[in-house]
Design a protein around this ligand. Structure first.
Ligand code: PLP
Length: 376
């Protein structure tokens, strides 16, 4: 069976985990966490990056720092993972879902302004498949309406928009290092704090509401409980696994891109013949090959495609069921405007196997079977 995903593994993970164990420092913020934070700050030109226990908790931190009051509204796409929405529900917001663009599956920046009310506080963008949202337009809207911007860049680590790394454009960026992501630590994530006013707040929030980070830097002579907080520090064991991957970040990226490009070229004739649609990467966006998807004609054809591939020992999977029609989505939010594309496009989308080190033979088998499905 060709798996849909195999977690990334470069070979040095065990050595680094053993080092963490030998150092007798396996809780958070040891040498590997520091190395990962510093690497991301330098590579992404980010003011502050802090590892967290997941992409979901990075989003929780961002939502909590947005200073939401009961009744405040947050604009987000409905085509996303539940975590994007959960964090803002947790912070007390009402969710306002906006339609997506069919070409990138990202929030339609032209429909955001109509959804803004006097209660709107935040725009949350999701860079689907590691392809950037139209950030210039979104940042301009946010500035004109005095709104904060949170980037859910769970899938967008290493991607750029007009030369800027995803996650570093809004007030906060959130990365995921779950085993399904390009770089992994099992469960884990990071928050990127771009707005310097929030750096200290983020450190306190992540460290159970204490100013321990300041104490460790020698800026205060004792640490104490200074504000509301929680525990968002991952263990050093997880950070050690991630460090191995970050050292090989370019190699992993190039390897995934090669697979993505092979899929794209091989399936282009099917797209040219009008049988499927391929992903779009707009000008100015450099993506990280997080995902390779195709769009079938409709839900029925997609179901048949997934079944056909399964019969040929290949696991292909669909993705999000739009949040606005889910039980919790109905409870916590509303869809603004018309659902022109969210439901229709999500019904047609199917993801093909994609991971670091995907073997050429397996890749060719997936391609051959996809082509034969459309021949039959
Ligand atoms: C768009 C998006 N947001 C948030 C998350 C949550 O990340 P994590 O699984 O690390 O909590 C994921 C991934 O699972 C995701 O794809």
């Amino acid at each position: 069976m060709i798996s849909f995903n195999i977690p990334p593994y470069v070979g040095t993970e065990q050595t680094y985990i053993a080092e963490a164990v030998a150092s007798h420092k396996i809780c958070g913020d040891g040498q590997f966490t520091k190395k990962c934070n510093a690497w991301m700050e330098e590579k992404f030109h980010a003011k502050k990056v802090l590892l967290t226990t997941s992409g979901s908790t990075a989003l929780d931190m961002a939502a909590l720092m947005c200073g939401i009051h009961p009744g405040d509204e947050v604009i987000l796409p409905s085509y996303t993972f539940s975590s994007t929405a959960n964090s803002f529900v947790l912070a007390g917001a009402r969710l306002v879902f906006v339609d997506i663009r069919p070409d990138t599956m990202n929030i339609d920046e032209t429909k955001i302004e109509a959804a803004i009310t006097d209660k709107t506080r935040v725009i949350v963008v999701v860079h689907y498949a590691g392809v950037a949202c139209e950030m210039d337009t979104i940042m301009d809207i946010a500035q004109r309406h005095n709104l904060m911007v949170v980037e859910d860049a769970a899938q967008g680590v290493m991607s750029t928009y007009k030369g800027k790394y995803l996650g570093t454009i809004g007030d906060f960026g959130c990365y995921s290092f779950h085993e399904t992501k390009n770089y992994s630590m099992g469960e884990g994530g990071a928050i990127v704090v771009n707005n310097p006013d929030y750096i200290e707040k983020a450190e306190i929030l992540r460290e159970k509401g204490t100013n321990r980070a300041k104490f460790f830097r020698g800026q205060v002579d004792k640490y104490t409980w200074v504000d509301f907080g929680d525990s968002y520090l991952p263990s050093e064991l997880n950070a050690a696994y991630l460090w191995a991957q970050l050292e090989k970040a370019d190699e992993i990226n190039e390897n995934r891109l090669a697979t993505w490009n092979t899929y794209y070229q091989a399936l282009k004739p099917l797209a040219d013949a009008g049988k499927i649609e391929l992903p779009t990467v707009p000008d100015g966006c450099v993506h990280n090959a997080h995902m390779f998807y195709i769009k079938c004609k409709d839900l029925e054809e997609r179901t048949a495609f997934i079944q056909y591939m399964k019969e040929h020992d290949i696991l292909c999977v669909f993705h999000y069921v739009p949040l606005h029609s889910a039980t919790a989505g109905l409870k916590f939010g509303r869809f603004d405007g018309v659902d022109e594309y969210t439901t229709k496009e999500s019904d047609r989308l199917v993801r093909l196997p994609m991971y670091y080190g995907f073997k050429q033979d397996d890749l060719q088998r997936v391609i051959n079977n996809a082509v034969s499905f459309y021949k039959e």
